[in-house]
Design a protein around this ligand. Structure first.
Ligand code: ADP
Length: 465
């Protein structure tokens, strides 16, 4: 039962409220008992003083025994007992157990002329005593007045009864009220968990109903809804990625299968076999590229940190340009490189190379015969900039923001036929971002495109060499 928050909250509430109530009752009771006892003593003392004053007149007249008797008989109070002593001798007493109470408490021995009144309690007989010392004409006498405590104790017992009955009743009411309150306040949590229990990977488009978005539970539901939106988006991306990936791999696989089946179906010449193997090899290379791109992206998605090393960006880019000349030459494309010397950088050589190669491949690929591709590498104190500009076919403005998406192609026909997978620019973006940088694209349809990668020199202890 205590596993439910409702029960635990109610219990804590009860414990808190109960201790508060018990402490408060104890305080009230002790203050009341103290005040009542004080009032009781004051009244008793006043009576004893009147009796003492009355008796003093007899002492003055040296009529001790007779005066004492007259005093106790004359000043008889219904519930009070009086005893008068002088020189340790009892002169007169009224009520049978008065003397017994005086003896058992030994109050006489505590009385001295200089000390004022003295109080004592006979617990067994539940009586309260007050003793006074008086002296008149050289005679010292003691007056003791005894009053039963049952009235006072009865009063306190009534208060205790009220507390002992009232406290549990108040606690019971508080428990019921508290439980209902907690239940009502937690009801939205129950509703949220019931709704959330119905949401599965197949129904990630469902959202929790929010009644009041401003209260705590409304905010919680809002956070869960945001989480669902993010989950839905990543599930969608994952599904699309899977679908696109299988779609991409299907083409080279189909070519390999078709080509090998044709080659195997009949006896061919060595040249024919060589031709078939060339086709198979080309498609296998294409598949290898797609799979390694996918792997790089999947690793980045999984949060893998790329290992970094000290390198010179200018050397890296220059090497890539040199290699790209082989692609540019057949298309009579003028490929130029202009770079600052010695840009030292801490980064992952492999992924940075792929970034530069992809940018160069694209620039050459989408630039018609006789065009120009210019590569520039510059740096200031904090950033290095790699700019690849071509005079190619350009990218329509509507597609500029999408070309970095995975498997996205501006035009299926313009890249698929040549082995483009639509992952090249995703890798460029990944390379820039995994080095805390960014990539920007400006393009004009029919006139050319410029890709500018900015890489921070300081983020991993980078700096100019
Ligand atoms: P692909 O492997 O198909 O080239 P990318 O991710 O490298 O895939 O590029 C995505 C799309 O962006 C390409 O299909 C192409 O249409 C367009 N693109 C990329 N670079 C250029 C460029 N330099 N000039 C014109 N279009 C480009």
């Amino acid at each position: 039962m205590l596993s439910s928050i409702r029960a635990r909250l109610t219990l804590w509430y009860l414990l808190g409220f109960g201790s508060l109530l018990a402490g408060f009752s104890a305080y009230i009771y002790t203050s009341l008992a103290r005040d009542l006892a004080q009032e009781f003593d004051i009244a008793l003392l006043r009576t004893a003083q009147s009796i003492s004053n009355y008796f003093a007149e007899f002492v003055e007249r040296k009529n001790l025994a007779g005066g004492a008797r007259e005093t106790v008989n004359e000043l008889q109070f219904e519930r009070l007992g009086t005893a008068i002593y002088s020189g340790g001798q009892l002169l007169a007493a009224i009520k049978p157990d008065t003397v017994a109470a005086v003896t058992s408490t030994g109050i006489l021995s505590t009385l001295a002329p200089a000390r004022g009144p003295s109080f004592a309690t006979d617990v067994r007989a539940s009586k309260r005593l007050v003793g006074l010392v008086g002296s008149e004409g050289g005679v010292t006498y003691q007056v003791v007045v005894v009053e039963p405590l049952d009235g006072l104790w009865g009063q306190l017992a009534r208060v205790r009864r009220i507390i002992f009955v009232g406290l549990p009743a108040a606690l019971l009411l508080a428990a019921i009220g508290g439980y209902m309150l907690v239940r009502k306040s937690l009801q939205p949590v129950v509703t949220i968990s019931e709704q959330a229990a119905h949401i599965s990977a197949q129904s990630l488009d469902q959202r929790l109903k929010i009644t009041n978005p401003k209260d705590e539970l409304g905010r919680l539901a809002g956070v869960i809804n945001d989480l669902l939106s993010r989950l839905e988006a990543s599930f969608r991306i994952m599904r699309e990625f899977m679908a696109d990936a299988s779609h991409e791999l299907r083409t080279p696989l189909a070519v390999i299968q078709g080509e090998s089946e044709v080659a195997l179906s009949r006896e061919g010449t060595p040249a024919e076999y060589r031709g078939s193997l060339t086709v198979v090899n080309k498609q296998a290379r294409r598949m290898t590229r797609i799979v390694s791109d996918m792997l790089a992206l999947a690793r980045a998605d999984a949060g893998h940190q790329v290992p970094v090393e000290e390198l010179y960006l200018n050397d890296l880019v220059e090497d890539c340009c040199r290699a790209a000349q082989a692609l540019a030459a057949p298309k009579q494309i003028r490929l130029t490189y202009e770079g600052s010397p010695d840009i030292s950088f801490r980064g992952n050589e492999e992924i940075l190379k792929r970034m530069a190669v992809n940018l160069l491949d694209n620039a050459i690929h989408y630039t018609p015969l006789g065009g120009t591709v210019s590569v520039k590498l510059t740096s200031d104190s904090t950033w290095a900039y790699l700019t690849v500009t071509d005079t190619g076919i350009g990218i329509p403005p509507a597609c500029v923001n999408r070309v970095f998406d995975r498997f996205y192609r501006v035009d299926e026909a313009r890249s698929r036929a040549d082995g483009g997978s639509g992952l090249g620019l995703s890798i460029v973006k990944l390379a820039a971002e995994s080095h805390h940088g960014s990539v920007e694209l400006t393009s004009e349809l029919g006139r050319g495109s410029t890709f500018r990668v900015s890489l921070p020199l300081d983020s991993a202890g980078n700096g100019r060499g």
